[in-house]
Design a protein around this ligand. Sequence first.
Ligand code: ATP
Ligand code: MG
Length: 424
Amino acid sequence: MLQSHYPYFARKEAPKDEESYNAQILIRAGFIEKIMAGVYAFLPLGLRVLRNIERIVREEMDTMGAHELLLPVLSPKENWQKTGRWDSLDVLFKLNARDKKEYALGPTHEEIVVPVGQKAILSYRDLPLGLYQIQTKFRDEPRAKSGLLRGREFLMKDLYSFHATVEDLESYYAQALVVYKKIFSRLGLTALQVEASGGTFSQYSHEFQVLTENGEDTIIHCPACGFAQNREINTQQEGDACPHCGKPVHVSAGSEVGNIFQLKTKYATPFGLTYTDAQGATHEVQMGCYGIGISRLMGILAEIYHDDKGLLWPESTAPFRVHLVVLYGQDEAQNKLLQEKASALYASLQSHALETLFDDRMNISAGQKFAESDLMGIPYRLVISQKTGEKVEVKKRNEQEMNMVDFSDVIQYVSIKQEIDMTQ
Ligand code: ATP
Ligand code: MG
């Protein structure tokens, strides 16, 4: 991508009414734009990050044999009345239409996926079945002050699983726990597996929490044995004895990146979702649901991966892998040569599928180019200037050190994948 043709959304200051760190830095760096409280636009750079998060989630959903579909955002009132959530779900956005009917904007999709799934589930042969989507959700959140961590419109991955028996649901659920850890690890995040708070499903539900200063949840956790609980059920204080191993617990702020539930027959019952077994007898279908906050994850990455100069994307989610920066001088003949060298390197990076933003802009100072590059947070910065001669200056965003690398070695240098495995 040529930066001279790339829309420039970065700006000196985030809007005054934006309180959250993640939205402030993402707005300043030109990744998102605030439309109103809890509602953001994803700009070209931000969308690239979102797509990378989605790609990792999709790849891991595939390993579970789940099938992607796309359910509507707009849904009929009747479905929500069937489960009682038209009245009980306080965050449900409701709409009146000109046909005098009422509708809901989907905050989650059990009410829609159950009747859809029913069409594919006739007998035990059709089970298990996993259906998922990556879809915009709407929730009338009372306090939308945490930027991407709490949107009133946000992107979620929601998987729903359907099973003939509770045992089959349990084994799928156990597999989901493993896959979820893998997803967060590939994103460069350490997620604690937290026993979920209260409610009807507490034994059958887990949250995944990333510890981060501006998270809205409070997590009591034990680094010694891995025990972790949400404050909503645990009143322990910093240093109290861990109920599992007796070592001191820590109390930290966290943000929930995923939540999984064994729904059992909670939604099958109101919709009459059944299957027939080998003997022809009818049974209710057992279900599980598994959410991941896609756009919240982008906010969490910004909260965790930054320094005082800007963002520091992990390689797996960075908008580009390489930022190629050419610095022009006063001499026109020299500049032409620099332009040729940089263009050749750009072509080579592209032919090796190394996603590159090429800062080919003229009349912009080196200082400004570097400041913008640091703010954007692309993992590798390559500089070509009169000073670099027959070499390329390579600097990783998260390191201070610069290396002079031969043109012929640059591709190999920036190709080494550094996917962090946070499960270790
Ligand atoms: P929270 O406890 O944070 O309100 P939740 O338990 O209501 O979330 P779920 O219904 O389990 O959320 O949704 C699945 C995932 O979607 C959550 O784990 C979270 O990562 C994400 N999510 C939920 N609400 C929001 C929101 N308002 N903005 C952004 N992401 C959200
Ligand atoms: Mg939750």
